[in-house]
Design a protein around this ligand. Structure first.
Ligand SMILES: *[C@@H]1O[C@H](CO)[C@@H](O)[C@H](O)[C@H]1NC(C)=O
Length: 339
């Protein structure tokens, strides 16, 4: 996964901020049930705004854990308790159905079920509600308009589940109505309360290192970029002014503090590292890109490189020489690792 090839120039520049703002306008609550056996279930519930987790709680525990100071939006303590009760009651009913219909629905203990409920805001107006169920990590049904609909990949299991779930017409309607109502109000409150957090800009730190050698006479250069916010960023390996198309980028991964992290890799011939640099463009830098040069001692990474490059050359040269000179001999065991 880390080596997902991403064409270098397809970068989330420009328009990036609006994309990020869009990401922030999806609110969801995910309930994860691990059903070990007929009588034993673990439940973990989390609330997310876009890709940011804002709350967490365990079933039957007395309270939510707030992960952001604004994660109650503009809801009072009383309203939050009502939301929690609604979620717990719904989960309770759902779990009960799972247990009593387990064999009919071909659910074999132990298994995991996830229920996702949420709402989405487009252009500040249209609200889309969703309610979906996943079995063993893959979504198999969703609630649409006023009934449960199976996904194709859910097969017979999803069809059977929908058939039963759709019998609870009143329950479905009431829950749906309450969620829709509450969700959009809650989301609007969150977006307002958390505004300062989403609009913040945090500058990345960047450094260079080498990864495991991709092959004889080759080096894997790694440009690490961490601690930035918002998510859109461009990281490019350059030779002079020329972007290096051969570079590969990792997924953008979250740090624990809500900022982001990524790596960009370049596989180069060990003798052709001159003129290479890693260029980082991010909205927090206000046009002042970070440029790390391989051959200018501006970072700790270079010390590693300064040691690694000659060492790799020396070792591969040595291996080559030994292989040539010793072809008719049994190589001593210590040299095997150099092949
Ligand atoms: C159910 O699973 C739990 C946890 O694995 C175990 O402690 C318990 O004895 C099991 N109960 C039954 C009835 O098998």
């Amino acid at each position: 996964m880390l080596f997902l090839q991403i064409p270098l120039l397809v970068v989330l520049l420009g328009g990036g901020d609006s994309e990020d703002a869009f990401q922030d306008q999806i609110f969801r609550i995910i309930s994860t049930f691990s059903l070990h056996n007929h009588s034993w279930t673990q439940t973990w519930i989390s609330a997310w705004l876009g890709e940011l987790q804002i709350k967490s709680w365990k079933r039957n525990s007395s309270d939510f854990i707030s992960l952001r100071p604004w994660s109650n939006g503009n809801f009072s303590k009383k309203e939050m308790t009502e939301v929690k009760d609604l979620i717990e009651r719904t989960n309770h009913e759902f779990l009960h159905l799972l247990h009593i219909h387990a064999s009919e629905w071909m659910l074999e203990y132990p298994f995991d079920i996830q229920g996702t409920v949420g709402c989405e805001l487009h252009s500040g107006e249209i609200k889309i509600d969703f309610w979906r169920v996943a079995y063993q990590g893959s979504e198999i049904l969703s609630f649409q308009n006023s009934s449960w609909v199976p996904y194709l990949k859910g097969g017979t299991r999803a069809q059977k589940m929908c058939k039963v779930l759709n019998r609870y017409i009143v329950f479905n309607k009431v829950i749906k109505w309450r969620f829709s109502n509450t969700c959009s109000r809650f989301l609007l409150g969150l977006l307002d309360a958390g505004k300062a957090d989403f609009q913040r800009k945090v500058k990345p730190e960047a450094w260079l290192s080498t990864g495991p050698s991709p092959g004889p006479h080759h080096l894997l250069l790694v440009c690490h970029v961490s601690g930035f916010y918002p998510k859109p960023i461009s990281v490019m390996w350059m030779r002079g002014e020329q972007a290096q198309q051969a570079s590969q980028q990792s997924d953008i991964l979250p740090n624990a503090d809500g900022t982001w992290y990524l790596q960009s890799y370049l596989d180069v011939e060990a003798t052709k590292t001159s003129g290479l640099s890693c260029r980082v463009t991010h909205s927090s830098l206000e046009g002042q890109d970070i440029i790390l040069y391989l051959d200018r001692p501006t970072s700790e990474g270079l010390i590693i490189l300064a040691v690694m490059v000659p060492l790799v050359l020396l070792l591969t040269g040595l291996a080559f020489w030994l292989k040539k000179g010793w072809t008719h001999c049994e190589p001593p065991p210590t040299l095997l690792s150099l092949e």
